[in-house]
Design a protein around this ligand. Structure first.
Ligand SMILES: [Zn+2]
Length: 76
């Protein structure tokens, strides 16, 4: 299992996000961001907005980079 922070996943805080695969980490990250948004956290609302403003190509490039760097993340 690997770990990173919300910030490293284009989020808005230092919360630790873990996952055994990039997909699992992505799911856990989304879950965290959704919880923060539901509690009304403006920083996470802005983070999602800025992600939405990326082109699909940029989103894919970012995700590809994330997958490529996944093995280099620290172990959880
Ligand atoms: Zn966060």
């Amino acid at each position: 299992m690997k770990k990173t922070t919300c910030n490293n996943l284009r989020g808005a805080c230092d919360a630790e996000i873990t996952g055994s695969t990039p997909e699992e980490m992505g799911t856990n990250s989304k879950k965290h961001v959704m919880e923060m948004i539901q509690s009304g956290d403006q920083a996470h609302i802005d983070a999602v907005e800025s992600m939405k403003n990326l082109t699909p190509e940029d989103q894919k490039a970012w995700y590809d980079d994330f997958v490529k760097g996944f093995d280099d993340l620290p172990d959880a």
